[in-house]
Design a protein around this ligand. Structure first.
Ligand code: ACM
Ligand code: ZN
Length: 754
């Protein structure tokens, strides 16, 4: 009996310190501690794993009174107080799997392979005490292995350049959380970042631009600062070796046939028109792409890929393939001649020809290509893997065709999106992807059966850097969303637990502070959801925070909320214009910034609304009620405020509850043509006393041809109970705009009736 209580206490103390991310597949806490105040020796069973022993030595050095020695010892006679590493272990472990045992006398780490050993070392690293903790390790047994083989993070070094030191720091961050793939986006319209000996102008010319876009895209402002940079082949080798030592594969991306303007600026003969071309200062999608009818384009790209394959030993080479306008190809004699000669029926098939020709070359060197999901259009290359970014459809289509796929849908995996209340965040490209949203991601689409699901290699977080200028900002956007994705990809699905993750994240924040890494704390923002109710003309506001973080206090009079302000317990009823403010608190201490929502009530606010067809599932976060929630969407394009459609005629009907007289009926829309968001062609407003027979009161065309927020409104002596907006959208994006020929996006918010 005497031992029971201390045993329980030990376990409680120990478990408080086993805040591992990603959570291991099996964790069995044991009584006792391994003391870190005494010296230890690292012992390996064979010399092949000395590099991992060296990694471990570095990891343990700071935690121990003296640097541990490393010894190769065969046979059972082990010195006391050792950390024993063995590969391959006697235990049956899958690739990257490991078994870690910590007991008071020593530590052993057995793994299936050297990668598994390294993953186990990162577990041990996370277990090391922080400044405030006891100088010991909890005794435990962990048996662990990953759920998916592709656990990726991407970094765009073209829109903004990041030096080798930072790239290594980024790789260290991936390694700590057991990510195993670094997708390095090396070429784009705004810069070519990899030295190619055969084509020196790619970096002499293509790595530099004469300015950069500053501020939000809508402003179209540019500075005139000479900007650029590139990695020499020696630096590339250094990074690849650095990643390899951490069992991370670097996947280089060489973009083609689009996003090619840096290359075209260097070698204008490779474009359809012959140029001249400029390395781009601004962001977007550009019509000038590699000419698909010119054989010297293929010769050049093959030369480039030959050098790339010598530098990057991994199986996959990423060839881009996304966002390639077909404008130039349509009017280029060479491209048209190629289509005729090859019997290609349209420019999509020409893109497919382009990718397949490159694939054949890459396959001939024993490697495989991976490309963004547009490579499905016009026919998928025979052995290509697909990176599904425009939703999950590309991944589904690939897997059904028995092609491997990596999932990176914008909704959950684009870490350039806002991650908290945009009012409290640095300027981002748009979108809204919280840590919780990323944590909720399931990489295997429900459309796939078990056999097809095997083609889902995993997922990846993407960090595009149009609006990310500094290393600190990259860290801020990458983490902690990357930690959430790391757990999605590593931990068995049935162990995923948001409350537990959020609790473990707090220890990661402490570590990041010590390690000088700028994790975002946007998880401490309050989230808002607006709903209608049976009592019409009201808005119910649900406020939420990740489970277990703290409590929400709010005000409705515009004042700053404090710990003494009303505690949020259930949805708050808002029935008039005003501002709601809220913040998160724990033990009376504020955890995060104040968020606010300003409501402007009119006759339509909080009323019943029907919307046909439903918005596209990429832009439907707020649901139809977002159009009458009293909150007009801002210019930071976030998808819980704006609703987006990709096709058809949209019919929106608001029921004012009773017949009313009013002088204004309007609906807001967004024009951001470079992002393929076009204003409706025309909006017809109609009124009805009964919801059956409607009388048209006006047809409105766009009030301006400029980008920005527009309102389509009818003014006059109007009367009715039902107000209907019939929104006619452009069928195709007109020539002269990004994405010409494709269906545009239509973004709407908010209905105003007053
Ligand atoms: C992409 O985000 N254009 C792949
Ligand atoms: Zn051409």
């Amino acid at each position: 009996m005497r031992f029971v209580l201390p045993f329980l206490l030990l376990c409680t103390t120990a478990s408080a310190q086993v805040d591992l991310i990603p959570a291991p597949a099996n964790l069995d806490l044991q009584p006792g501690r391994f003391d870190l105040d005494q010296p230890v020796t690292i012992v390996v069973d064979n010399a092949a794993i000395l590099p991992e022993a060296e990694m471990l030595r570095k990891v343990l050095s700071n935690a121990l009174p003296s640097e541990p020695d490393v010894q190769v010892v065969q046979g059972p006679a082990l010195p006391k107080r050792t950390v024993f590493l063995a590969v391959p272990s006697d235990a049956e472990l899958p690739a990257e799997g490991y078994k870690l045992r910590i007991n008071p006398e020593g530590i052993s780490l057995n793994a299936a392979d050297r990668a598994g050993l390294f993953r186990g070392i990162t577990t041990l690293e996370q277990l090391l005490p922080g400044k405030a903790d006891a100088r010991s390790l909890p005794c435990l047994n962990i048996t662990d292995h990953p759920r998916f083989p592709w656990r990726g993070m991407h970094l765009d070094v073209c829109r903004h350049f990041f030096d080798v030191d930072f790239v290594k720091k980024y790789i260290d961050l991936l390694a700590r959380y057991k990510m195993n793939t670094f997708h390095w986006h090396l070429t784009d319209d705004q810069g070519w970042r990899i030295e190619i000996k055969n084509h020196p102008k790619l970096t002499e010319v293509g790595a530099w631009r004469s300015g950069s876009q500053v501020g939000p895209y809508s402003r179209r402002q540019y500075d005139s600062t000479h900007y650029g940079g590139f990695y020499t082949q020696e630096q590339i080798k250094e990074v690849v070796a650095y990643a390899a030592a951490r069992h991370i594969t670097v996947v280089p991306e060489i973009e083609m046939p689009g996003h090619a303007l840096a290359a075209l600026a260097a070698y204008p003969a490779l474009g359809c028109t012959g140029g001249p071309y400029e390395v781009q200062k601004g962001w977007g999608v550009f019509d000038d792409v590699f000419c698909a009818g010119n054989d010297s384009v293929f010769t050049m790209l093959q030369d480039v890929l030959t050098e790339v394959m010598e530098l990057f030993p991994g199986k996959y080479i990423h060839i881009g393939g996304d966002e390639c306008p077909k404008e130039r190809w349509k009017t280029c004699a060479k491209c048209q001649a190629r289509m005729k000669a090859k019997g290609l029926k349209d420019e999509h098939e020409l893109q497919s020809y382009f990718i397949q020709r490159i694939e054949k070359f890459v396959n001939g060197k024993g490697r495989k290509i991976i490309g963004w999901d547009e490579i499905l259009e016009g026919g998928l290359a025979p052995n290509a893997a697909v990176m599904s970014w425009r939703g999950t459809e590309g991944g589904v289509a690939a897997a059904k065709e028995k092609h491997f796929a990596v999932m990176t849908p914008g909704s959950h995996c684009y870490f350039d999106h806002y991650q908290g209340d945009p009012a409290n965040e640095p300027l981002a490209i748009g979108g809204f992807t919280t840590v919780q949203k990323t944590y909720s991601y399931e990489p295997v689409p429900t459309e796939l059966n078990a056999e097809e699901a095997k083609y889902i290699l995993g997922a990846q977080g993407n960090v595009w850097t149009e609006y990310i200028l500094t290393p600190e900002h990259v860290e801020y956007m990458a983490a902690p969303r990357m930690l959430a994705l790391a757990e999605v990809l590593w931990t068995p699905k049935d162990l995923r637990d948001e409350a537990s993750f959020v609790r473990r994240l707090e220890r990661a924040f402490t570590w990041a502070g010590t390690a000088g890494i700028n994790f975002s704390r946007s998880i401490y923002n309050v989230g808002y959801r607006m709903n209608g109710s049976k009592k019409r003309g009201l808005v119910y506001v649900t406020m939420e925070a990740a489970p277990g973080l703290g409590e929400i206090h709010f005000t409705t009079d515009g004042s700053e909320p404090g710990a003494g302000s009303p505690l949020y317990v259930s949805p708050v009823e808002v029935n008039a214009s005003g501002t709601l403010k809220a913040a998160l608190f724990r033990d009376g201490q504020r955890l995060g910034p104040t968020g606010s929502r300003a409501f402007n009530f009119d006759l339509g606010t909080g009323r019943a609304i029907t919307v046909q067809p439903a918005p596209n599932d990429r832009y439907d976060d707020g649901g139809p009620f977002a159009l009458v929630d009293g909150i007009s969407a801002g210019d930071k394009r976030v998808n819980h405020e704006w609703l987006g459609w990709r096709d058809g005629r949209i019919t929106i009907t608001v029921d004012l509850g009773e017949e009313r007289a009013f002088r204004h009926a309007g609906i807001g829309a967004l024009a951001e043509r470079h992002s393929w968001i076009h204003p409706p062609r025309r909006v017809e407003v109609a009124v009805s006393p009964d919801g059956n027979s409607f009388t048209s009161v006006g047809k409105v065309t766009p009030p301006t041809d400029k980008d920005g927020q527009l309102e389509f409104a009818v003014n006059g002596d109007l009367r009715g109970r039902f107000v209907r907006f019939t929104v006619d959208v452009l069928e195709r994006i007109p020539d002269g705009h990004a994405g010409a020929g494709n269906p545009p996006w239509t973004f709407l918010d908010e209905v105003h009736i007053r």
